[in-house]
Design a protein around this ligand. Structure first.
Ligand code: HEC
Length: 118
């Protein structure tokens, strides 16, 4: 009796674990997209995107430098063109996927709000 109960419950436990695993891997994929504040500033959004998309990693030494507020602001036009994959600029992030539209929109919103730092 005991053994037959166990063997009938086991498939349900395994199924439950499978479902849990499937959901947690979905959540992991979502971690890639950064939080975008309703009012975009360099500190609350732009800096985080430049970091999570790998820009800061390469552009700590590679021109244009993108690790501080003033430099990102000064190079904004080419930065925006590069993440929008516009013709005439190199597509960024280099050898990575194009950023999601919501993240590109955050850069546009940052400009519209006159490049707030904080
Ligand atoms: C793997 C390294 C790497 C990453 C990641 C990277 N870049 Fe670049 N970036 C480069 C290199 C190298 C160049 C210069 C050579 C070229 O244009 O390909 C460059 C050039 C640029 C330029 C100048 C483009 C032009 O046409 O003058 C801009 C702006 C830029 N990157 C912005 C970014 C932004 C924004 C990100 C993140 C979304 C990013 N990069 C991610 C390596 C990188």
């Amino acid at each position: 009796m005991r053994i037959s109960l166990k063997s009938s419950v086991l498939p349900f436990i395994l199924f439950g674990l499978g479902v849990t695993f499937a959901f947690s891997s979905c959540l992991k994929e979502k971690e890639g997209s950064a939080v975008i504040a309703s009012e975009v500033t360099y500190e609350n959004t732009i800096k985080g995107l430049l970091s999570s998309r790998g820009c800061e990693g390469c552009h700590a030494s590679q021109s244009p430098i993108l690790t501080d507020y003033t430099k990102v602001k000064d190079n904004f036009a080419v930065v925006l063109a590069s993440i929008k994959h516009e013709a005439g600029t190199s597509n960024m992030p280099k050898s990575g996927n194009k950023m999601p539209d919501a993240e590109i929109q955050a850069f546009i919103d940052w400009e519209a709000g006159s490049f707030k730092e904080n």
